[in-house]
Design a protein around this ligand. Structure first.
Ligand code: ZN
Length: 456
């Protein structure tokens, strides 16, 4: 499990931004200095937490529907720089603003309580945030608030706010775990284990505090974010460490929690890397003995293939056609009588294709999914008459010509590559006889045997 650190690492833009702001503040301070020298100025501490004048800006973010509000103090003695997200949803915006206001008030109150001339104080408040997007479109905003007054009271606080930008709703941890405390217990165990393994805070951890703040009660798990593939739980450093400034967090891949998560939040199972694949195709059948033998060999290797059948032969060997379907192979249409359709008129083309599709479905109960024109010959007219995708091949074994099991294998060895579609005919005994060696060879080369549609 990976761990997300939230150190004092600032993106470059923030550094630039801070520089510009600092320059402005210095400039403003200088002007104030000039004016206060000119006349009696009310620059003394007034004794209550009035927010100093500030500059508020609204910027676009790279996240659709989200703006960044930035508020910078214009009072050099009470500096603060606050950034927070704003959406199109008022309830969400109010929640964030309330939090910001509270944090700012706490800061100002603490300054006031120092009972020191404010120009003798060293104080700082920075609130910044990071944005994560879950594949469902859900935003997670992680607000980090650093404040210090007189150096000694440096505190770091983390808060998270979730937003479904379409509905304006903010899912809670109860929503994510479907209000099931057993699931929360499961998550808590993982979180506890990860925290104890976290070397970056190892020396600062307070074991009894970890226990308290990771107990499986909902309130302990309200600070979380959903990233593209993980759920991250945050803890305030003051809660579980001896004054570490690193923000402890635990990131758990969503896929490992899929049994616990509500449907909208489940992680995507990663697809297994696809190895080399090949599609074996058999044309012009079915035939009584050859097709049957081929089916047996395919079964031996747990191989799926595609059979491009002639309608006339399906009519003649319905039981064989049926057993091809029953073995789980793909069924293709190869016309009724095997004419060169480029030389046929529209009515003939339609009849060849439609009659064949009809009998395949009638006999096997399964629809043909592909059309392979006889000889691979087709023009725009033929194409326009076929509702089915046209499927050709790239490896022609010429099995109809050489009728030789050894040559069948030699052709395939020479021409097959990942993704190949191999053309054979299940009407030649030599093809049935050579197939075992072909499958053994391809398997030893790491190929899996798929249907043409699976390949595409
Ligand atoms: Zn053919």
């Amino acid at each position: 499990m990976k761990k997300i650190h939230h150190k004092r690492r600032r993106p470059r833009i923030d550094i630039l931004f801070t520089f510009v702001i600092s320059t402005l503040i210095l400039g403003a301070g200088y002007l104030l200095f000039l004016s206060s020298n000119g006349s009696a100025s009310p620059s003394k501490n007034k004794g209550h937490a009035t927010a100093p004048p500030s500059t508020i800006d609204t910027m676009d973010s790279k996240y659709p529907g989200i703006k960044i509000i930035s508020e910078i103090s214009n009072d050099l003695d009470i500096p603060f720089a606050i950034q927070y997200p704003q959406s199109a949803h008022e309830t969400f915006n109010d929640t964030i603003k309330t939090y910001i206001k509270k944090a700012n008030n706490a800061y100002l109150t603490e300054i006031m309580e120092q009972q020191k001339p404010k120009n003798k104080l060293t104080a700082e408040l920075n609130i910044s945030f990071e944005t994560y997007v879950h594949p469902s479109g859900l935003y997670s905003f992680v607000l980090l608030s650093d404040s210090s007054v007189e150096g000694a009271n440096k505190t770091t606080e983390i808060r998270t706010f979730l937003l479904n930008p379409e509905t304006g709703q903010s899912p809670t941890i109860e929503d994510i775990l479907e209000h099931d405390v057993e699931r929360l217990k499961n998550v808590a165990t993982t979180v506890q284990g990860q925290l104890h393994k976290d070397l970056s805070i190892k020396d600062d951890l307070l074991a009894n505090k970890i226990e308290e703040y990771t107990q499986p009660i909902w309130d302990n798990y309200r600070r979380f974010a959903l990233t593209d593939d993980a759920i991250v739980f945050y803890f305030n450093p003051s809660e579980i460490t001896t004054g570490s400034l690193d923000t402890p967090s635990v990131s758990i891949p969503l896929v490992t929690l899929n049994d616990l998560l509500a449907a909208d939040y489940k992680g995507k199972e990663e697809k297994k890397p696809v190895g080399k694949r090949v599609a074996l195709t058999f044309d012009d059948g079915p035939e009584l003995n050859v097709t049957t033998q081929i089916l047996e060999t395919l079964k031996k290797y747990d191989a799926k293939a595609t059979f491009f059948m002639l309608g006339s032969r399906v009519e003649y060997y319905p039981e064989i056609a049926k057993s091809v379907q029953a073995a789980g192979h793909e069924l293709g249409n190869h016309s009724w009588n095997h004419p060169n359709l480029n030389k046929a008129d529209i009515n003939k083309i339609q009849e060849e294709i439609n009659k064949t599709s009809a009998i395949i479905e009638e006999v096997t109960g399964q629809k043909a999914t592909l059309f392979r024109p006889p000889y691979g010959a087709f023009n725009d007219t033929v194409k326009a008459q076929s509702d089915l995708p046209i499927a050709l091949w790239d490896v022609d074994t010429l099995d109809w010509k050489h009728r030789n099991a050894d040559q069948l294998l030699a052709h395939i060895k020479q021409h097959t590559k990942d993704g190949s579609i191999i053309l054979m005919h299940d009407i030649h005994q030599s093809t049935a006889d050579g197939l075992d060696a072909v499958l053994a060879y391809l398997q030893s080369e790491g190929y899996t045997f798929v249907t043409v549609s699976e390949l595409n």
